[in-house]
Design a protein around this ligand. Structure first.
Ligand code: FAD
Length: 462
């Protein structure tokens, strides 16, 4: 019998004072006993709201039931019917907004810890050799190119391989995974987890090629000479800056550069690695999303005296995953809410010495329902900092749009799709951050899976 009122298992975590100076994974995997106890809390609802609210429709009650029966391999296969990145999603999905946020136990006893159960299932199945790559259909003879190797292209590639197509993923960088690799730090998502999940997709026959910048190395029109269809999953890797005076001072980073140096180039191991990274004594990170939390927590691990997140709205409007905000606070990151940066101050050598800001109050909600920050007159103050990391959002890199005039984009540079999810160029489909401008891993995967189904239909008629 399920025991929903049993205490929710949260697993163990590295102690904040230990982890804030290293890049080891913070959240530890459930023990077998913790996993059993947590699985036993699930009521296996008939109309499972958790599943209905998962963007890719993971069969949550069914995989938890299999886990409860000790069938870890079968539980993993059940998840992988709809999501090929269970160890990644178990770690980084905003479960509080999707599955766990809709669990019937949420109000009375606390939601089932679905994220940790998904991660336990994937990690354990892998460790015990129980993970099976999905079957692929017999070869269709059709070839599809996927641009970018982030979650969106990976999901599309896997779905296309399942259908029997010959799929090649082209990645501009020297390593695969997109933001999973260059944005999300190893203390949240160990590199070997990304490698393992990409291996699963490779084992389905998908080819992965590095160092191909589509738009420069080859254009989409060139790809269409060799491939029957193209999926564009090139993300939104171009940083947005504030545009305030002084922003080009020495000591100002975009979160993109800061995180790429640390996560992709492993700059925290310099001089063992080639790429250096420097922070001063007092670091401020501008923004309130996942990038801001990751940048702040990475900065903390480089040993400054203080790290502060300055966000222009209040904690209620912060888009970051709740767990990351909590972890950042535990590690000593300070938060300044309702603050707008106005000017970067620098010394005569051009090095940052401070950040002039104003304080805000909350006004009317914006189009997305989040209350707008409204400046309080005369509230100017200076934060005495020597390092500033700007984490206020990203937009698509324009190279693909610029070199493919057939593709229509919006003013924000995101690709335009019609009601059927097609781009304006025949045979070219797109999804993930390149059409959303910035979203989540699961939404990017959902786009990839849906586009793959459209590509399958398109290729059937070709
Ligand atoms: P990306 O992951 O950006 O992958 C695109 C890939 O395409 C990149 O590898 C890029 O190098 C490659 N590429 C670009 N242009 C070309 C080209 N011309 N030719 C070839 N390759 C190209 N979401 C969550 O759900 N949970 C989180 O905890 C979370 N944390 C985040 C932390 C950070 C720092 C950031 C920036 C985002 C975070 N997100 C999180 C958002 C999430 O990671 C993205 O929404 C998701 O990765 C988008 O997937 P994608 O496949 O569309 O693009």
């Amino acid at each position: 019998m399920p025991n929903p009122s049993a205490p929710r298992q949260n697993g163990k975590q590295l102690a904040p004072e230990v982890r804030k100076r290293n890049f080891e994974e913070v959240a530890q995997i459930f023990t077998k006993e913790e996993a059993q106890a947590e699985a036993n809390r699930c009521l296996h609802c008939k109309n499972a709201r958790c599943q209905a609210n998962c963007p890719v429709g993971v069969q949550i009650p069914d995989f938890i039931a299999l886990l409860k029966d000790g069938k870890v391999g079968e539980a993993a296969s059940k998840i992988m019917e709809t999501s090929l990145l269970p160890a990644i999603c178990g770690r980084v999905c905003p479960q509080e907004k999707h599955c766990e946020g809709n669990c019937v136990l949420k109000e009375r006893f606390g939601s089932v810890n679905i994220g940790m159960l998904e991660r336990y299932t994937a990690d354990t199945a892998r460790k015990e050799g129980l993970l099976k790559a999905p079957q692929t259909a017999k070869p269709t003879g059709k070839k599809v190119a996927c641009i970018g190797s982030g979650p969106s292209s990976i999901a599309a590639a896997a779905e296309l391989a399942r259908a029997g197509h010959d799929v090649t993923v082209f990645e501009a960088l020297h390593a695969f995974g997109g933001v999973l690799r260059y944005g999300i730090p190893s203390f949240r998502l160990p590199r070997e987890v990304i490698d393992h999940e990409i291996e699963t997709v490779k084992s389905m026959g998908v080819k992965f090629v590095t160092d191909v910048l589509v738009g420069a190395t080859e254009k989409i029109a060139d790809l269409l000479k060799d491939f029957d269809a193209v999926y564009v999953g090139s993300g939104a890797g171009l940083p947005t800056l504030t545009g305030i005076p002084g922003e080009n001072a020495v000591g100002v980073y975009s979160a993109n550069e800061f995180l790429t140096r640390i996560n992709l180039m492993q700059a925290f191991k310099f001089p063992e690695t080639d790429t250096p990274i420097q922070v001063g004594k007092h670091v401020v990170v501008l923004g309130g999303g996942n990038s801001a939390m990751d940048a702040a927590r990475c900065a903390m691990r480089l040993g400054p005296d203080s790290v502060t997140i300055a966000y222009r709205r209040s904690v209620a409007e912060m888009p970051a995953r709740a767990a990351e905000v909590e972890h950042a606070k535990e590690e000593g990151v300070q938060f300044e809410y309702l603050v707008t940066p106005k000017e970067v101050l620098a010394d005569d050598k051009g090095r940052v010495t401070g950040l002039k800001c104003t304080r805000n109050q909350l006004g009317e909600p914006d189009a997305r329902g989040r209350r707008r920050p409204v400046e309080i007159p005369g509230s100017e103050f200076v934060m005495p900092v020597d390092t500033i990391i700007v984490a206020i959002g990203q937009k698509p890199n324009p190279i693909i749009a610029k070199t493919t005039p057939e593709l229509k984009t919006t003013e924000r540079g995101v690709l335009v799709l019609d009601e059927e999810g097609k781009t304006t160029m025949p045979g070219v489909y797109a999804g993930g951050d390149i059409i959303r401008g910035g979203a989540t891993v699961l939404l990017a995967m959902k786009d990839g899976i849906e586009a793959a189904k459209r590509i399958n239909a398109y290729l059937e008629g070709k």
